[in-house]
Write a protein that binds this ligand. Structure first.
Ligand SMILES: C[S@@+](CC[C@H](N)C(=O)[O-])C[C@H]1O[C@@H](n2cnc3c(N)ncnc32)[C@H](O)[C@@H]1O
Length: 239
């Protein structure tokens, strides 16, 4: 069968996840039509873009959430940190509609949204532009032959290492032990990241400022165990 995927390019790789095929509920559609144009980020044509420039008042810090799902965590963090500028990326339009509802209900002005694959934006952003990044319950792609589709991998880690400031935190959570060991395998001995685990059981407990995601709540209801990994971007070596 012929695929109608666009031909991938280095900064527009193939995206294998879902974008949503059902029509949005009328209330969500109204938010998408009315609110999204004011806060959406389109892929830039040129590189070295400063993401703080997407806000009318320059935020004190910039945080990124890749694959925000229903946006519960992103909206909660944005409400708790009004001085931080948040960029959230999510290709699944139902999720985008859900985030917009949270933004609307809480009157948030510090969130910008990429309603699509994060990577074509991330490739165009300037070095060391984020103070924190979240990848929460990423699609696990459990089959070995799909391993290249997992967000965690050498290419995206090089991208994250480029975008994170020295000392910036990168949080990854999952209920999938295979994905957690895959992540540790790639990040634990990575030259640009160090694992922030104080005690052996650290990764079983969320950080104190944690806000549960929708996917996490469902996993916990089903009796699954979730793991929470925090990494620090090591300082760049001058020269
Ligand atoms: C399992 S869901 C988890 C959603 C949310 N983080 C949560 O915990 O409820 C993974 C999400 O990542 C999104 N996603 C997958 N690849 C992505 C990419 N390259 N950029 C942005 N989002 C992506 C998917 O659309 C999906 O909504």
């Amino acid at each position: 069968m012929r695929s109608n995927r666009p031909i991938p390019t280095p900064d527009r790789p193939n995206f294998y996840g879902r974008r949503g095929t059902r029509p949005l509920k009328p209330s969500r559609k109204a938010l998408v039509d009315e609110m999204l144009p004011n806060i959406r980020i389109d892929y830039p044509e040129t590189g070295n873009v400063d993401p703080a420039g997407y806000f009318s008042v320059r935020p004190q810090q910039m945080w990124l959430e890749i694959g925000f799902g229903g946006g519960e965590h992103l909206a909660g963090q944005a409400e708790a940190h009004p001085d931080v500028g948040f960029i959230g990326c999510e290709p699944f339009m139902d999720g985008v509609g859900s985030l917009l509802r949270h933004i609307d209900e809480r009157g948030l002005v510090n969130v910008r949204v990429v309603p699509d694959d994060s990577r074509p934006l991330l490739y165009k952003l300037a070095d060391a532009c984020f103070d924190r990044a979240f990848l929460l319950f990423p699609d696990p792609w459990p089959k070995t032959r799909h391993a290249e589709r997992r967000f965690i991998g050498p290419k995206n880690l090089a991208l994250m290492a480029r975008l994170l400031k020295d000392g910036a935190e990168f949080r990854v959570a999952s209920d999938d032990m295979q994905y957690i060991s895959w992540t540790l395998q790639h990040l634990h001995n990575h030259p640009n990241f160090e694992w922030l685990a104080d005690t052996a059981g650290d990764w079983r407990n969320p950080p104190s400022d944690w806000i549960k995601t929708r996917y996490e709540q469902k996993a916990l209801r089903q009796g699954k165990k979730c793991s929470y990994l925090r990494f620090r971007r090591r300082a760049r070596i001058e020269g």
